[in-house]
Each structure stands twice: as structure tokens, then as C-alpha cells.
Ligand binder design. Structure first.
Ligand SMILES: Nc1ncnc2c1ncn2[C@@H]1O[C@H](COP(=O)(O)OP(=O)(O)OP(=O)(O)O)[C@@H](O)[C@H]1O
Length: 333
């Protein structure tokens, strides 16, 4: 279990993490989400004692990180896959970690095998691809057979097979009763992996809830209908006071009713339906809905390619580009 209480980190004027309180429980995968710059990495670094909180507290199974003896046997983490001595071989990198945490040499072979790097164990880490580096970082996290695992963007650089592998690894670690805390910007992947979500924006807690509740509470669910008797169906729905959204592609959308309600109404009126399907928004849509207010860095959406970039603060703007100008809706804050 990881317990975070009132956790706060200020860098000068910047409030990177602001009064965060939540717990990461064992036996499930907890996803950690937030837009760029939300404070995820800073929070994870404070959990590992790599950054000192301005205020608040983190406990790892009831203890502060710096009081843990042989910390790798309590909590294993992948924060930055490149944070290793590139001149060392994969084996020696792991052996150094093992020796400093009282972990037997044989365990190095085990974790190399687990992550699929046995064949390149003698190769220097600086020659590794991004995906191989991620695997080596994951091996380091697993080395001490810890009860708690933390991964910052673990699928970064992994190919589809690697992504599938890490997803199953995280689920199996959680199924063994371990605490698994993982951040990712890949929403489709997160939706398949995490059971619970902690969502932050501009350093503040926005949600601490199950995946299912998060999607339900932050998105629209509706029934999509197609019928060859569209006009007749519209009349019937309107007569019953049902609000219908007509989409451009010939489908109708109805909020607040079950497919059964619509299907029975259509049947009573002898209307043929070609589609009657419940629609639930994706995690990505729910995430964008919840965090819209706390996204710090917005990309421009309508500029033509090749248009000039927005002026930096204090810089004179360049000549206007034809059409919508790059920077019209670019903003920070
Ligand atoms: N060492 C530092 N000095 C000053 N500001 C920092 C430092 N580390 C982080 N920040 C700022 O704190 C805020 C949170 O950064 P952090 O890296 O924790 O966000 P994040 O959610 O991990 O972002 P991303 O998804 O882009 O990786 C950002 O505004 C960042 O610029």
C-alpha cells in the first residue's frame, strides 16, 4: 500500500503537486493519469524519496522510503528507462542494484529471463533500443521481488508484443496481491490494464475512483439507433417526449433511455430497426472531459502546416499567415 497525504511540491512559483491525498491499494492495478505537466512524475519521485515534499507525507507500507532497509525489496520502480550507467552491461547494471540491496546474484538471471533480455545480458545498456531499455528498467523494478511496483510510462517505446507483455505482467503482479501503480498517456492501454484510477490536473486530485465509475461519471452514454423508417421513428420518439440527436450519418442518438425501452417502443409502432446499440464513451473521452479545464499546454487545431509558430513572450509577432493563424488558440494556463 502507498499512502499519500497532503503531498505538496513547489518549485519556486510553480505548484507542481498541490495537497494530494490518496492511497494505492494492493491486489489491483491503479492507473495514474493527468495531462502533461500535471505532476505525475514529481509525485512518483516523492514516493521514492528522490524529491523532498514541500509539505505532506508518503508512506510505503506504513514507512517513509528513507527508513526502508533494502528499499528494492519493498518497492520497485521504473521511472526513467535511460537513468542507468550506459557503459555497464545489462547484467552488471542489475548486479550492482542487487548487491546494494542484499539481493542474491541468481535473482539477476531470473529477472533478465522474465523481461526477455537473457540473450543480450552481456551487451552494454547504451546500445539498447528504447524498448530494451524499458525492459531493463522493468527488470530492475522486479529485482527485489517487492510487494509494491511503480511504473512511469512503462509502455513507452515498446512494440505491440511488448505492450501486450507489460499489460499481462502488471495484471499478474496485481493478481499476486501486489500494489501496482502505473502512469501512461496511452488511454486505450490504460483502459485495458487498470482497475482503479487516480487522476490529477495541475497538481490537484481530480478523481480517485474505479475505471468503470470514472468512465460513467465523466462521459455521455446513449443509445444509437438506425431505422429504414427514420421519419416515422422520429415522430414516435417525439410524441413520447424523447429527446433525439440526429447525426449527419443517418443515425439517431437518444440519452437517458435503455435500448430495451426504445426497442419496445419501436416494436409497438411496427417500426423496423437496423441498429439499436448502447454506446459508452471511451476512457480517452472521459479523461478529456474531466481534464479539459486543467490542461496546461493546448496544441493549435486549425493552423495550416508550415504556418509560423506563435511569438515567444516579449517577441514581436511575425507577419500573419494566410488563413487561421498558428497561435490563435494556443495558450498556456
Ligand atoms: N525540477 C524541477 N524544477 C522546476 N519545475 C519542475 C521540476 N520538475 C517538474 N517541474 C514542473 O512541475 C510540473 C509537473 O511536472 P511533472 O514532470 O511532474 O508532470 P507530469 O505529469 O509527469 O508531466 P508529463 O506527463 O508531461 O511527463 C511541470 O510544470 C514541470 O515543469
Amino acid at each position: 500500500m502507498i499512502e499519500v497525504e497532503g503531498l505538496t511540491k513547489r518549485y519556486g512559483e510553480k505548484m507542481a503537486v498541490n495537497q494530494l491525498t490518496f492511497a494505492v491499494r494492493p491486489g489491483i492495478v491503479t492507473g495514474f493519469l493527468g495531462p502533461n505537466g500535471a505532476g505525475k512524475s514529481t509525485t512518483m519521485r516523492m514516493m521514492l524519496g528522490l524529491d523532498r515534499p514541500t509539505a505532506g507525507d508518503v508512506r510505503i507500507d506504513g514507512e517513509h522510503y528513507d527508513r526502508l532497509k533494502d528499499p528494492l525489496t519493498y518497492i520497485g520502480a521504473l521511472l526513467d528507462a535511460k537513468a542507468m550507467h550506459g557503459g555497464r552491461s545489462a547484467f552488471n547494471h542489475l548486479l550492482c542494484l542487487a548487491q546494494s540491496n542484499g539481493i542474491p546474484r541468481g535473482r539477476v538471471h531470473e529477472v533478465l529471463d522474465t523481461v526477455g533480455l537473457t540473450a543480450v545480458a552481456k551487451k552494454k545498456a547504451k546500445g539498447f533500443s528504447l524498448g530494451m531499455g524499458q525492459r531493463l528498467g522493468i527488470a530492475g523494478a522486479l529485482l527485489g521481488d517487492p510487494r509494491i511496483l511503480m511504473f512511469d510510462e512503462p509502455v513507452n517505446g515498446l512494440d505491440p508484443e511488448g505492450i501486450h507483455w507489460i499489460r499481462n505482467l502488471m495484471k499478474s503482479l496485481a493478481a499476486q496481491g501486489r500494489t501496482v501503480f502505473v502512469s501512461s498517456h496511452l488511454m486505450s492501454e490504460m483502459a485495458l490494464t487498470a482497475d482503479h484510477l487516480v487522476v490529477i490536473g495541475q497538481g490537484r486530485l481530480l478523481a480517485d475512483t474505479s475505471m468503470a465509475d470514472f468512465i460513467r461519471e465523466n462521459s455521455r452514454s446513449y443509445v444509437r439507433i438506425r431505422s429504414p423508417q427514420r421519419e416515422l421513428l422520429l415522430d414516435v420518439l417525439h410524441r413520447d417526449g424523447i429527446v433525439v440527436v440526429e447525426t449527419g450519418v443517418g443515425t439517431l442518438e437518444v440519452d437517458g433511455y435503455r435500448p430495451e425501452d426504445i426497442g419496445e417502443l419501436a416494436a409497438r409502432n411496427g417500426i423496423t430497426l437496423h441498429e439499436l446499440s448502447p454506446q459508452q464513451a471511451s476512457l480517452e473521452e472521459a479523461f478529456m472531459q474531466l481534464t479539459a479545464e486543467s490542461v496546461e499546454y493546448h496544441a493549435h487545431t486549425g493552423a495550416p502546416l508550415g504556418a509560423p509558430p506563435p511569438p515567444l513572450p516579449g517577441e514581436q509577432p511575425g507577419p500573419p499567415a494566410p488563413g487561421p493563424r498558428w497561435g490563435n488558440d494556443w495558450k498556456k494556463g
